[in-house]
Write a protein that binds this ligand. Sequence first.
Ligand code: VGL
Ligand code: ZN
Length: 199
Amino acid sequence: MSQNALVVIDVQNDFCPGGALAVAGGDAIVPLVNRLITSFDHVVLTQDWHPAGHSSFASSHDGRRPFETIAMPYGAQTLWPDHCMQGTSGADFHPSLDWTRAELVIRKGFRAGIDSYSAFFENDRATPTGLAGYLRERGIADLTLVGLATDYCVAFSAIDAARLGFGVTVRLEACRAIDLGGSLDRALASMREVGVGLE
Ligand code: VGL
Ligand code: ZN
């Protein structure tokens, strides 16, 4: 029998109210995420984990402001406020997140020159994080995704997982979105298109 896993995306202080890239209601999902953590065979967490001066930070580009888009060698990149810097409290998991059952923490976005929204591939859509191999080798075929933010790291992860052949469900009530210029509607449509179950 194949196994299932809950993948908890980026439930970190900087994505919660008061954080550097706060997502509205980001902290409100924590009690539900904690309940879900108890009900899956396996639990994997992701942690956005950027070095200082990361190329996704607007502050790394002269004259650029957060939420603008620039062209990077690997494609278009939205610029963000400095967030989730390695070793800072902003990069820590929300203090109420019950991560005890997590068997793996995938850190992503740690290369200065490239961002990584997805838990599976960096933003060149080609450099793997290793998560697919880890899951396959362990016989984990069905994934449920929750976390922050619905329209960026959750959606990119869900779409990659579906394309890689995993069964994928996103529990939307345990997610919150940034919603930049219609990004939430676009993300929901893209997830549906590749067969991600939205519940
Ligand atoms: C995220 C923007 C930048 C996310 C991470 O977790 O959705 N969004 N870095
Ligand atoms: Zn980031």
